[in-house]
Design a protein around this ligand. Structure first.
Ligand code: FE2
Length: 375
């Protein structure tokens, strides 16, 4: 049946095949100290470095790794550096959500020809370990997506970086495995523009859809749509504020980040109780949820494997959909501006994002906002 065979093949063609998130690059005021925090609190291992000692005069970058998660922390060494402007405006934050591809040139061409704005034309980087191809496009705010092709590269990160050695005496791993999703906050009225961007320029599809009827509290509301690439390895929820009586957490973020940017990064674990215990022991601060949340939990979500008392002790949330359940917890913002925070997530069948927890969670966030005088 040729016409049956032809059609699905055509429909299934992905013009931007992605292998996953390659790395997240943060621009920070003091990368050396930030690296210490991610090693001792979140368990990352220092894997690579570039800076003055390696011949790079204008910046220092630390590459941190835990299983499949890779963070790059970069600090500028000059007041006139463009990275300095980024930090002055946004504070410490995510600049680059880099995507791992097999063909960076093709990724750049396919996306820019569909309307994406180029911020770095395809370029080949070389050192003694081979060559890597990189290119980049702009997304919301001052955030970019690099396309990283490393088929012909055998070094520890990218050309120009030196390996830090296999032993890291500071790293205290907690079992974080991979990036589950990376969430962007955009100003009121811009969510659909970025949904269209991910659909049209990057070939993503809408994964789930929430609106302010799903996600609202007395004071605060948001709208959220989740965009996913074809193989669902890369998921980007996008939030915009919705009308509420008081300032929403998304508005607070936009005010302090001075525009659109990455709100939270969800990192997956296979053992959330052990991971959260270790993170707490190592000084990571999590949002507390009201005790009432646990009172009717079993009635709401049915039986689960984990002891309820331990989930309550640690403040871990649970949500269920028709495919299974998931456990999640959110940190407080990790810098003094109330901007970026982290989620730790364990999926047990569910592919959703914890819609049933949003109300309990937002009430917890609003208590924190009120303490900061921003509600
Ligand atoms: Fe999330």
């Amino acid at each position: 049946m040729p016409q049956v065979l032809e059609h699905p093949a055509q429909a299934g063609k992905d013009f931007l095949p992605l292998n996953g998130t390659d790395y997240l690059e943060f621009y920070v005021g003091n990368a050396r100290q930030a690296a210490h925090y991610y090693r001792t609190a979140f368990g990352f291992r220092l894997a690579a470095y570039q800076g003055p000692e390696t011949g790079v005069r204008d910046r220092a970058s630390y590459v941190l790794v835990e299983n499949k998660i890779r963070f790059v922390l970069t600090t500028p060494l000059d007041p006139d550096h463009p990275i300095t402007d980024h930090i002055r405006r946004h504070g410490d934050g995510v600049h680059d959500i880099a995507l791992w591809v097999d063909d960076a040139e093709s990724a750049w061409r396919e996306t820019t020809s569909r309307g994406a704005r180029s911020v770095r034309p395809p370029e080949t980087l070389r050192d003694e370990h081979g060559e890597a191809r990189v290119a980049a496009i702009a997304t919301y705010g001052d955030t970019i997506h690099s396309f990283v092709e490393r088929r012909n590269y055998r070094g520890v990160f990218l050309p120009g970086f030196v390996a830090a050695g296999t032993e890291d005496g500071l790293a205290r791993p907690v079992g974080l495995k991979y990036i589950d999703h990376t969430v962007g906050n955009v100003p009121l009225g811009e969510m659909n523009r970025w949904v269209d961007f991910y659909r049209d320029a990057m070939g993503f599809k809408m994964f789930k859809h929430f609106d302010d009827k799903d996600i609202s509290t007395e004071y605060s509301a948001l709208m959220s749509k989740v965009m996913s690439n074809g193989n669902e390895r890369v998921k980007f929820p996008l939030n915009e504020p919705a009308a509420g009586k008081r300032k929403s957490q998304i508005e607070e973020y936009l005010e302090f980040y001075h525009g659109a940017g990455v709100q939270h990064i969800a990192m997956a674990t296979d053992h959330i109780i052990e991971t959260v215990r270790a993170l707490r022991r190592q000084g990571v601060d999590f949002l507390r949820v009201p005790g009432a949340y646990y009172e009717d939990l079993t009635a709401r979500i049915g039986p689960i494997d984990e002891p309820l008392a331990e989930l309550q002790e640690l403040g871990i949330l649970v949500d269920r959909d028709d495919e299974g359940y998931m456990l999640q917890i959110f940190t407080r913002p990790v810098e003094d501006r109330p901007t970026l925070f982290y989620e730790v997530i364990q999926r047990k069948g569910s592919r959703s994002f914890g819609k049933g927890n949003f109300k309990a969670l937002f009430e917890a966030i609003e208590r924190e906002q009120a303490r900061r005088g921003n509600l």
